[in-house]
Design a protein around this ligand. Structure first.
Ligand code: SF4
Length: 220
């Protein structure tokens, strides 16, 4: 199959995480991964971000599929259920809102907290970062947002190892949101637009579709 430039966006995901380790301020770049799928879905591009341009999804494919770091077994039914996906989205967005609130508190005069939160529980001290170049609130947002990205990457890798390579896509908040936007715009069934044999999985509205998407990925 002919390769396109966007087939290598998994490298951008690795570079992003590496840059964030080097200097936390690079975490801001992750907003591109956050906003682009929503803009694409709202603009009528459906799930094309998930299907083609998501570096994280591709990276899970590379690690779990090509490098065989995945058990490659179907994710459990509860992980694919609607209540879990929308429940996780709600929890994830609540944590995101809390992160934005902490940014606001630093903007209002609270001292900067130089730590990255992993899995919302573990506070990793991140004292080597040089953040003097920016306002404290901008640095606080970078710490918080990098924690969001590290946490989602960790969950993605864990579910990749335990289940199928792209099991994270089953409950990824961005995938759930773009799925919701597509459904609102076009009605039921649009969620599988773009799920052809040469495209990646992303999220699908039903467990069956998710399964076949994962199967498609393995076939690639
Ligand atoms: S569901 Fe999430 S991780 Fe998967 S392809 Fe879409 S945006 Fe990327």
């Amino acid at each position: 199959m002919k390769k396109h430039w966007y087939d290598y966006l998994w490298i951008a995901e690795i570079v992003y995480l590496g840059l964030g380790m080097f200097n936390i301020l690079f975490a801001w770049l992750g907003m591109v991964f956050f906003i682009t799928p929503l803009v694409v879905a709202i603009a009528g591009g459906g799930k094309s971000y998930c299907n083609r341009y998501c570096g994280r999804g591709q990276l899970l494919d590379v690690l779990g599929g090509k490098l065989r770091l995945s058990r490659n077994v179907p994710p459990p039914a509860w992980l694919r259920s609607k209540w879990f996906r929308y429940g996780f989205l709600t929890f994830f967005m609540a944590m995101f809102g809390w992160m934005v609130y902490n940014t606001y508190k630093v903007f209002s005069g609270m001292p900067l907290r130089q730590a990255v939160s992993l899995l919302w529980v573990f506070k990793l001290p991140w004292l080597w970062a040089d953040v003097d170049a920016v306002a404290p609130w901008a640095a606080q947002f970078a710490y918080g947002f990098f924690g969001v990205m590290l946490t989602s990457s960790t969950l993605g890798l864990a579910t990749m190892a335990l289940f199928r390579p792209r099991s994270w896509c089953v409950y990824c908040p961005m995938g759930t949101m773009t799925q919701g936007i597509c459904t609102l715009k076009h009605g039921k069934g649009i969620g599988i637009i773009g799920r052809t044999g040469e495209e990646s999985g992303g999220t699908a509205e039903t467990a069956g579709q998710r399964e076949s998407a994962a199967d498609t990925l393995r076939a690639d």
